[in-house]
Design a protein around this ligand. Structure first.
Ligand code: FES
Length: 353
C-alpha cells in the first residue's frame, strides 16, 4: 500500500520534510540536494507545531494498517486462489519507507506482490514517485529475487470508492437543517500541484475532476459544487483556485453553508486535520460561513470493502491476461524527461523482471 505517509510522532517531522523536499518527482527544485535540507530545516518548527496541534503526529499509518488488514481478510474470501493475502505499507517520506518494507517482504519470502497506490487519482508526483522508488529497489533485488509484480495505479472512479465518499458527503450535508440544506455549497478540495507538473501532461487534475463528477452524479446533483486546490508551497505557480481563497470568495458571494470534502486522500493527515479543520474552517467561520467537513474515509467499512474489491478485480484481470499494469500507466506524460519513468513502466509491465 503506497502512500506519501506522515510523521507518526512529532520527532519524525524533520526527516519526513527532508525526504519530501528531496523528491524530484514531487517537487522539482534546482540544486535539490543542497536546497532540500535547508528548506526542511527552516520549515520544521512550524510543521512540528502543527503536528502537536493535531494530537502529536499523523494518523495515516494507523489507518493504512487498519485498511490493509481489513482488505486482506476480505480478499481471502473474494479471491481464495491467491490466499493468504498480507498487506504491507510502503511510505515515500515517512516510516515505514520502502526500504524497510522491502526487507520485511524479503524476510517473509514474498513471491507475488501488487503495488497498490493509495492515491485514488494518478499523478507522476505521487503514485509515479512511489513506483519509481519501488522500481529502483526491486531492480536491485531489495525485495528478494523472482518477485512477480503487478500495479494498481488508479481507481478514482471505482464505484466502491465513490460510494464511500458519497456517504461521507451526505453525512456532512445532513448536519445542516433540511430547510437550508439545498443552499449548501460542496467544496471538493484536493492537494494542489505545481503548474510545471500539470503542464507536462500529468493526468491528476483530470482524474480528480472525474472523481468529483462521479460523486456529484451519485448525489443526484443535489447541490452546487466546486473543485479547489490546497497546500501550495513556495513561490512558484500551482494549480488553483486555492481552497482558502475559495472560501473567502464564497463568503463574498453571500454563501452561508459549505461542506468541505477531501477528495484526493483517503485517510486523515495534516492537510485534513490541520489545514481544513483548524485553518480554513476557522477562517471561513470568521467570514460568516458554517462549515462541516466530510469525514475522511479512514476506517469506513464501505471503503475497506472497496479496496478489497479493487484488488480482487485486478487479480482476476491479471489471470485473464489483461496484463500487469493498466493501459494508462504505460503512457508517459508527453512532457516527461525523466528516463526512470519509462524504465519503471517497462519493468512493471514485465511483472518486475
Ligand atoms: Fe509523467 Fe515521467 S513525469 S511519466
Amino acid at each position: 500500500m503506497l502512500n506519501m505517509g506522515g510523521p507518526s510522532t512529532v520527532a519524525e517531522t524533520h526527516d519526513f520534510l527532508k525526504n519530501l523536499f528531496s523528491d524530484h518527482d514531487l517537487i522539482p527544485l534546482p540544486f535539490q540536494r543542497i536546497l532540500a535540507p535547508l528548506i526542511a530545516k527552516r520549515r520544521t518548527p512550524r510543521i512540528e507545531a502543527q503536528y502537536e496541534e493535531i494530537g502529536g503526529g499523523s494518523p495515516i499509518l494507523k489507518y493504512t494498517q487498519l485498511q490493509g488488514e481489513g482488505m486482506a481478510k476480505l480478499l481471502d474470501e473474494l479471491h481464495p486462489q491467491t490466499a493468504p493475502h498480507k498487506s504491507y505499507v510502503a511510505f515515500r517520506y515517512a516510516r515505514p519507507l520502502a526500504e524497510e518494507t522491502a526487507r520485511q517482504m524479503k524476510a517473509d519470502g514474498v513471491k507475488r506482490a501488487v503495488a497498490f497506490s493509495q492515491y485514488p487519482q494518478y499523478s507522476c508526483s505521487t503514485t509515479g514517485s512511489s513506483l519509481n522508488d519501488l522500481y529502483r529497489r526491486g531492480k536491485s533485488g531489495q525485495f528478494g529475487s523472482d518477485v512477480e509484480w503487478s500495479v494498481i495505479d488508479r481507481w478514482g472512479t471505482h464505484s466502491g470508492f465513490i460510494e464511500a465518499v458519497t456517504q461521507r458527503v451526505a453525512a456532512a450535508l445532513a448536519k445542516f437543517p433540511a430547510s437550508t440544506r439545498a443552499d449548501t455549497v460542496i467544496l471538493f478540495s484536493a492537494h494542489s500541484l505545481p503548474m510545471s507538473i500539470v503542464n507536462r501532461g500529468d493526468p491528476y487534475v483530470l482524474e480528480v475532476s472525474a472523481s468529483v463528477a462521479a460523486v456529484m452524479e451519485q448525489l443526484g446533483h443535489s447541490n452546487s459544487y466546486r473543485l479547489v486546490w490546497q497546500s501550495q508551497v513556495g513561490p512558484s505557480a500551482w494549480m488553483g483556485m486555492q481552497t482558502s481563497e475559495a472560501l473567502k470568495g464564497l463568503a463574498r458571494l453571500g454563501k452561508k453553508q459549505v461542506v468541505l470534502v477531501p477528495i484526493a486522500f483517503t485517510s486523515d493527515h495534516i492537510e485534513t486535520l490541520y489545514e481544513l479543520d483548524l485553518e480554513y474552517s476557522k477562517e471561513a467561520r470568521e467570514h460568516g460561513i458554517e462549515v462541516h467537513r466530510a469525514e475522511s474515509l479512514n476506517d469506513s467499512p464501505v471503503f475497506v470493502r472497496a479496496l478489497s474489491n479493487i484488488v480482487a478485480e485486478h487479480l482476476r484481470g491479471c489471470e485473464s491476461g489483461r496484463g500487469n499494469v493498466s493501459v494508462q500507466l504505460k503512457l508517459r506524460c508527453p512532457g516527461c524527461t525523466t528516463a526512470t519513468c519509462g524504465q519503471q513502466k517497462a519493468w512493471f509491465e514485465r511483472g518486475g523482471r
